[in-house]
Design a protein around this ligand. Sequence first.
Ligand code: GUN
Ligand code: ZN
Length: 438
Amino acid sequence: NVRPDRAIRGTILRFRHDPFQGPPDEALLVEQDGLIAIADGKIQQVGPYSILHETLPADTAIDDHRGCLIGPGFIDAHVHFPQLRVIASYGEQLLTWLNRYVFPEEARFSDPDYAATIAREFLDALLRAGTTTAAVYCTVHPQSVEAFFQESTRRNTRMIAGKVLMDRNAPDNLRDTAQTGYDQSLALLRRWHGKGRQLYAVTPRFAPTSTPEQLDLAGTLLDAAPDVFMQTHLLETRAEEEWVRALFPDRRGYLDVYAHAGLVRPRAIFGHAVHMTEHDRHQCHDAGCGIAHCPGSNQFLGSGRFDLAAAMRADRPLRVAFGSDIGAGDNISMLRVANDGYKVAQGRGVSLHPAQAYWLATTGASHALYLDHLVGRIAPGLEADLCVLDPAASPMTAQRCARAETTDELLFALMMLGDERNVRATYVAGQPVERATA
Ligand code: GUN
Ligand code: ZN
C-alpha cells in the first residue's frame, strides 16, 4: 500500500442506493466516527476510525473534523461564470433579463484580464461553497475559456467548460459565425479536453441564438470527439419555447431542434427543461442525457416549476442534477439550491427528501454527468474532492441541528438553514483549499 498523504476524520456520508429508486430513509450510509485515507489525490481507504487508524503509519497527519459531516464535494451541473457580477439583477424575465443585464456583462469578457479576474473570483466563491466540480458556460470569446481553464488548472479542480456558440439574435460584439464558432471550439477542445482534470463542453447557448447550421456543426464536433460534453438550455420559459417554434417551424418541438442536430446524447446536459412533455422525458431517458434542474433560477426569473417527480419516474428515470445557474440563480451554495429545490417540489405537492436533495448535488449529479468513475462519492479510487459541513457554524443551524435526532433530519436542517458559512473545509484532490480570511 502507498503511504497515505493525510487522513480526514468525521461523520462520513455515503449512499447505499439511489434514493429515488429505493427508500430514501434508508439511502444514506452514515459512518459516525469515520476516517478517509488519501494518497496521491485519491481516496485510498474509508472506514470506521477505530479500525482504520490502527492500519495507518503512526505519523499520518489526521485532519480532525469530528462533529462535522464529510461528503463528496458538491457538483453544480449548470452555471455561468461570467454572470457572477450581474447576480441579483432586478425585475425581468428570461429574454429581457438576457438583453438588459447579461449580454452587456458578457461583452466585457473580450478582455482577457477581466476574464481572468472573474474566473478567480468565481472559483473562490465556488470552493468556499464546497463545490468542487461544475459544468460552466464561458462567453463567446475564446479568451474567456482560456482564462477559466487556466485558473481551474492552477487549482487542480475537475471542471467542465466551453465557449458559448451564438451566431444570431445577439448583439454584434457577442456573435461568432457557424464557422468561427466551430474552429474556435475545436481548437479549445483539442487544447483542454482531458488536460489534467479539465473537460470540454461544446456549448451552443440555446436554440434561438444559433442558426441550424451552427447547431449541426456542434453535432459534428461531438461526433469527432465522442467523450466531449455538450451543454445548452432547453424549455426554460414559455416565451422562449414559442420563439423556438417560430424560428424552427420544421421541427416537432424544442428538443427536436437539438435532436435533429445530433445533440441529444450521453454527456449532453440540458439546463432547466421546466416545460418538458412526457414525450421529451422518454426521449431524454432513452438517449441518456443529463438534465440540470435549477430551482433557484427558475424562481428568480419566474420561469416555472420543474416536475421532479415526473423526471424521476422509476420506469424511465432521467439523469437529473442540481444547478445553481448563476447569475439567474441567486445562490452559488448547493445547500441554498437544495432549499429552493425543496420549495419548488412542495409547490407541486411533493416533499423532496433530504437524501434525495443531497443525491442531486453529489452522487446523483456525478451519474448524470457520466463522472461517477471519477468524483461524487467517497470510495477507494475516486478523486479526493470533499466538502466538510459544520452544523455548528452559524447560530440558526447550530440550534436546529442540535435538536436533530437523525442524520436525515440534520441534513435537512442544514439545507434549509445553511450556506457557505457551514462549509468548514473543501478538499480538492486531497488538498485543503486555502481560505482567504475575511
Ligand atoms: N438561456 C439562454 N441563455 C441563458 C442564460 O444565460 N441564463 C439562463 N438562465 N437562461 C438562458
Ligand atoms: Zn443558464
